[in-house]
Design a binder for this molecule. Sequence first.
Ligand code: FES
Length: 250
Amino acid sequence: MHNNQIVEVSPTGIHRNLQKSVAKYFFPYEFIESNWRLWTFIIIIALGSWALIAYPVNPMNGYIDPFYSPTVLIVPIPGLFRLTCYAYRKDYHRHLFHHPLACENTEREDSATRRYTGEKNAVFQFENLHRYMLYAGILLLPFFYYDFYVSLTYANSLRIGSLVILANALTLTAWTLSCHAFRHLIGGNIDCYSCARAGGARNSVWRIQSWWNSHHEALAWISLLTIFFTDLYLRGLAAGLPIDHILFNF
Ligand code: FES
């Protein structure tokens, strides 16, 4: 570098570096690179399981809490489905295990020495059960729509609570059907579409799902929050809050 060369450092860059250095000395790395999807999931699973047992929400006014639909199966099956989901795997592999390294982690001090060891460990191999969790997850989806139907027929009306239940069913469906394993199932496993039976149609479906799949991480986030919100809404109703209104009668 020449002595008279001016090195431009943007104020934003300086600010970010300063933030990193300060944070590095005062907080564990996980809090600096906090991953809110992962922590929200852990908190919701922990709180949801506790509330499920300690403060159950009984069906009321035709509404069924998603944590109880269909019964307590909702916690282990979708819980494992979500835990082995690629979006959440990315979260805890990077943020808890620091494994494998990703472009996001190049600034870590051990980035040069840590080697990628593949998914040989028994814990990581368990994640391969994800596709079976997908099948179970798909089987559970109709229950959420049934709950919506029950909420409509209870008072022959469309109420705000029914819309909350429907929104939850739709986001869960969008997340489930945008799964990478589902993408593989419907067409990703085909090497030659023109050779496969109904190859053209399958290719079209696969292309549509691929677009959907590109939003999978966001859907993993949104569907988690809608379960939480639906549960909260119904708990609010159970506590007597005036938050439910009839939108129209049939
Ligand atoms: Fe996320 Fe399958 S990869 S649900």
